[in-house]
Design a protein around this ligand. Structure first.
Ligand SMILES: C[S@@+](CC[C@H](N)C(=O)[O-])C[C@H]1O[C@@H](n2cnc3c(N)ncnc32)[C@H](O)[C@@H]1O
Length: 288
């Protein structure tokens, strides 16, 4: 058993080992990194079970364990396991746990009510679902293979594991395409609002802004709301923008940014170059 001594610089383990305190906090860091995936997957599970929506829609600030168990999308045969998950979410400060009464009850925290609930306009539920799905996690498991050069030099780990790019998969998988676009819209709403409020000088004097890889136009709509004189063009792959109608000063153009992009006074590239940096910088030279 380790013990912090009166001297704050050292930690004693048994009689013989003396561990510098810095090393102790280094251990905490490593433990946190090792176990961080548990947090992510507990959160994903909570979204899948709609726990935040159930608590938020209950009508009272807190919901009892049995009411929550009875409201899950599939019958809960193991309330003890559900309780362990709820305690973990409470430890993560995503819900609050209350001990008063016959059984524990649970309420939302500011984080869960703002960002995680499926009904919120700033929901990150789809984002969590898509980035923690098997395809993305499988790619993370293959990072060592990717680093060792186990595939095409330009292929991402996702391509190596799944045999196609994320966007190639989204093109043929309608559900992934939908949830990916919803996920990006959820995160885009939050970031765009901060950008428009926090950096208005960046938009001053602009006539046309093209949001390259702009998804379904959430960010462009925020820009347009903040700066009604700016013409906003959302440029993205056909599978994303096909069927979207121009509205409120936001237009949609389908295409491949490595072939050409529409002319503009300024381009916005938000979360667009990950995994394609080298190809992207070389390829993005043509404006039609
Ligand atoms: C991670 S999302 C970012 C969406 C948006 N910029 C945001 O921050 O919410 C990347 C976007 O780039 C688009 N994209 C990927 N490859 C593209 C290409 N070759 N040409 C145009 N858009 C592309 C995807 O369809 C997707 O909408």
């Amino acid at each position: 058993m380790s013990q912090v001594t009166g001297d704050t610089d050292v930690v004693r383990s048994g009689d013989t080992d003396v561990v510098p305190a810095g090393e102790h906090s280094g251990q905490a860091l490593v433990w946190n990194h090792i176990l961080a995936i548990t947090d992510s997957l507990a959160l994903k599970c909570a979204v899948k079970l709609r726990i935040f929506d159930i608590i938020g829609g209950h009508g009272h600030p807190a919901i009892s364990l049995s009411d929550l168990a009875a409201s899950l999308p599939t019958p809960c045969l193991h309330p003890a396991t559900l309780l362990r998950l709820l305690r973990y979410l409470s430890h993560m400060r995503l819900i609050d746990s209350h001990a008063a009464g016959d059984e524990p009850s649970f309420s939302l925290t500011p984080s869960s009510s703002l960002f995680l609930v499926g009904t919120s306009t700033q929901s990150l539920a789809s984002f969590i679902t898509v980035f923690l799905d098997e395809g993305f996690l499988g790619a993370m498991h293959a990072l060592d293979v990717a680093c060792a050069g186990g595939g095409d030099d330009e292929a991402s780990a996702f391509e190596m594991v799944n045999g196609e790019t994320v966007f190639g998969r989204a093109e043929r998988d309608v559900e992934l395409n939908k949830i990916f676009n919803e996920g990006m819209a959820g995160s885009g709403r939050i970031t765009a609002a901060a950008m428009v409020e926090g950096a208005p000088a960046a938009f001053e004097g602009l006539g046309t802004v093209v949001d390259v890889g702009g998804g379904v136009g959430t960010v462009a709509r925020e820009i347009r709301r903040g700066f009604p004189a700016i013409r906003c063009v959302v440029f993205d792959l056909a599978q994303v923008v096909e069927g979207l109608e121009a509205a409120d000063g936001v237009e949609y153009v389908a295409g491949d940014m490595f072939v050409s992009v529409p002319r503009a006074d300024a381009f916005l590239l938000m979360w667009t170059f990950f995994g394609v940096e080298m190809r992207g910088v070389d390829g993005m030279h043509a404006c039609s």
